[in-house]
Design a protein around this ligand. Structure first.
Ligand code: NAD
Length: 334
């Protein structure tokens, strides 16, 4: 089976090649992303394998069908970049890796929160220059603080477990409540109550038409003054320009992002010698109370191993006609 892998980085090649070694899968790795301009690269393949910022919109899917490709395999959990309805209409099966080490993203969420709060990134640079002044480095205890978790699926639950260990008061919002979340120390409240009462808010719900810009000016107005916002889920959950306004007015006391709504132009590339054209992202970088990482929540050895193994299983399962229903992406029944 010939599979074209898009947005392939050296670590993707390493992990996918290693776990496909004894299979009939033949990977061709393309560093470029999949989109209208790179579609020609897909000709002659049985399947494409894509990542978070590959473009799987209607025109791309239609051409894939014309090339005889009936399987889009995602090596990620989120699928907001795929037009699922259109894929179904075209008879293209979409598979993903719904669960891979949720702890990888949960632990990165904590890394961002602790960095933002205790300013370890600034302290590291100061100490390197023999500057041992503590002025400006004061943080606060997480112990006893109220943390609001929006989305209590696999990653949200892993974050709740860690925060319960810190002695936080964890309040949660999710349209589907989970008993294990309650047993792990989470208390479900309404979204309005969470926004009103949390000292720190962390986003762990998927990006859907309903959650697009969930955190906008109206939501921010309901929050406590000085609230801290963490987003390791998907950039589109946050209306970035409105969050910048809230940082300028100090309504928002801190912001940590691993994801950004226009990230497809920036992330996963070395642009250190380029002129960045995205003024909104550049404005975010100027705030002393903003910490940004480039979508690296998933980036642990354990997660990459699980992603590679599940991706290969999905490809082989599709070929043998026995797809794991949990790994197949389908539109919700009407
Ligand atoms: P999951 O499907 O296990 O959980 C998502 C939860 O969100 C579900 O419980 C669902 O009921 C809830 N939800 C849906 N709509 C909601 C709404 N309007 N308000 C509140 N909750 C809502 O998914 P997961 O594995 O926990 O992943 C969560 C998100 O993390 C993914 O959608 C993905 O976008 C993101 N993610 C990021 C990285 C990274 O590297 N930063 C890696 C993997 C996943």
């Amino acid at each position: 089976m010939k599979v074209a892998v898009f947005s392939a980085k050296p670590y993707d090649k390493l992990f996918l090649s290693k776990y496909a070694a004894d299979t009939a899968i033949e990977f061709t790795f393309y560093e470029t992303s999949l989109g209208p301009d790179t579609l020609a690269l897909c000709e002659g393949f049985n399947a494409v394998n894509c990542f978070v910022n590959d473009d799987l919109s209607v025109p791309v899917l239609s051409t894939l069908k014309d090339f005889g490709i009936r399987h889009v395999s995602l090596r990620c959990a989120g699928f907001n970049n795929v037009d699922i309805k259109q894929a179904e209409a075209l008879g293209i099966t979409v598979t993903r890796v719904p669960a891979y080490s949720p702890e990888s993203v949960a632990e990165h969420t904590l890394a961002l929160l602790l960095t933002l709060n205790r300013k370890t990134h600034k302290a590291y640079n100061r100490v390197k220059e023999n500057n041992f002044s503590l002025q400006g480095l004061m943080g606060f205890n997480l112990h006893g603080k109220t943390i609001g978790i929006i989305g209590t699926g696999k990653i949200g639950l892993a974050v709740i477990r860690i925060l319960s260990g810190f002695g936080c008061n964890v309040i949660c919002y999710d349209p589907i409540q989970s008993e294990v979340v309650i047993q792990s120390g989470g208390r479900y409240v309404s979204l309005a109550s969470l926004l009103e009462n949390a000292d720190i808010i962390s986003l762990h719900c998927p990006l859907t038409p309903e959650t697009q810009h969930l955190i906008d000016r109206t939501a921010i107005q309901q929050m406590k003054h000085g609230v801290i916002l963490i987003n390791t889920s998907r950039g589109g959950l946050v209306a970035t320009q409105e969050v910048i306004e809230a940082l300028k007015s100090k309504k928002l006391g801190g912001l940590a992002l691993d994801v950004y709504e226009m990230e497809s132009e920036l992330f996963f590339k070395d642009l250190s010698s380029e002129i960045i054209q995205d003024d909104v992202f550049q404005r975010l970088l100027t705030f002393p109370n903003v910490v940004l990482t480039g979508h690296q929540g998933f980036f642990t050895e354990e997660a990459l191993t699980e992603i590679a193994m599940a991706t290969i299983n999905n490809l082989l399962d599709y070929q043998s006609g026995t797809i794991n229903p949990d790994n197949r992406v389908m539109t919700a029944p009407d």
